[in-house]
Design a protein around this ligand. Structure first.
Ligand code: ADP
Ligand code: MG
Length: 138
């Protein structure tokens, strides 16, 4: 069993597809073991995306991530990190495979509906960024 951090980004909440996105995780064998709907401040978003602070899109990305509510969840299952990345699809929706969340819902490479941890180390950091131990139930 593995855990990963997933976010429905502001564009996903605006598009009113929270249930649809969560349903895709469940249909693919992942369980939601923690969940909340919150809004990040600009500095919360900068802290979360600190690994990208040198990238040219950092300012725009953190504006986007703080412009409206998000839904953050911990997903659990076999190979949850890789499985979630597969369900999400490529970063750029133009390159995302048919049937993936980003192919079906993303607006563009920035407003791409979902976030998913990309390694065990990032999953550990990202889960702790949003949830304490009492908020995650197996
Ligand atoms: P992923 O979310 O697929 O792991 P990255 O970690 O490379 O992708 O980037 C983090 C987020 O930054 C992306 O999901 C997207 O919202 C945004 N992003 C990535 N590349 C670009 C880009 N070239 N222009 C604007 N935003 C981008
Ligand atoms: Mg990433």
């Amino acid at each position: 069993m593995e855990r990963t951090l997933s976010i429905i980004k502001p564009d996903g909440v605006e598009k009113n597809v929270i249930g649809e996105v969560l349903s895709r995780f469940e249909k693919n064998g992942l369980r939601v073991v923690a969940l909340k709907r919150i809004q990040l401040s600009k500095s919360d978003a900068e802290g979360f995306y600190a690994v990208h602070k040198e990238r040219p899109f950092f300012g725009s990305l953190t504006d986007f991530m703080s412009r409206g509510p998000i839904v953050v969840q911990v997903l659990e299952g076999d190979n949850a990190i890789a499985k979630n990345r597969e369900i999400m699809g490529a970063t750029n929706p133009e390159e995302a495979a048919e049937g993936t969340i980003r192919k079906d819902f993303a607006t563009n490479i920035e407003e791409n509906t979902v976030h998913g941890s990309d390694s065990p180390e990032s999953a550990d950091f990202e889960i702790k960024y949003f949830f304490n131990a009492l908020e995650i139930t197996g």
